[in-house]
Design a binder for this molecule. Sequence first.
Ligand SMILES: [Mg+2]
Length: 110
Amino acid sequence: MADFAKERNWDQFHSPRNLLLAMVGEVGELSEIFQWKGEVPKGLPDWKEDEKVHLGEELSDVLLYLVRLSDICGIDLGKAALRKVELNAIKYRASKNYSTNDDSTAEMCG
Ligand SMILES: [Mg+2]
């Protein structure tokens, strides 16, 4: 990502704030794909191939901006994410019996 930006002289535009706002814009584009569809089943079995391709593109846009933002901020995202998973494992113990009606059941981050 750093090489890609440098080769295009985009470093001048890639401030933390600009990258964050660009990523939020891409989250909006990702949200548009699901907008008005209601709940959809896992695996998206009823979606057309071109819809899934589009979904993959928008997920990638979000990921790429997140990686670039992390790099620009001097954060080792891989290391930070692994640390957070470990913290979440302590916070949300697997031995606890989570109720299906408990809002925290599906919460992976906090
Ligand atoms: Mg996009």
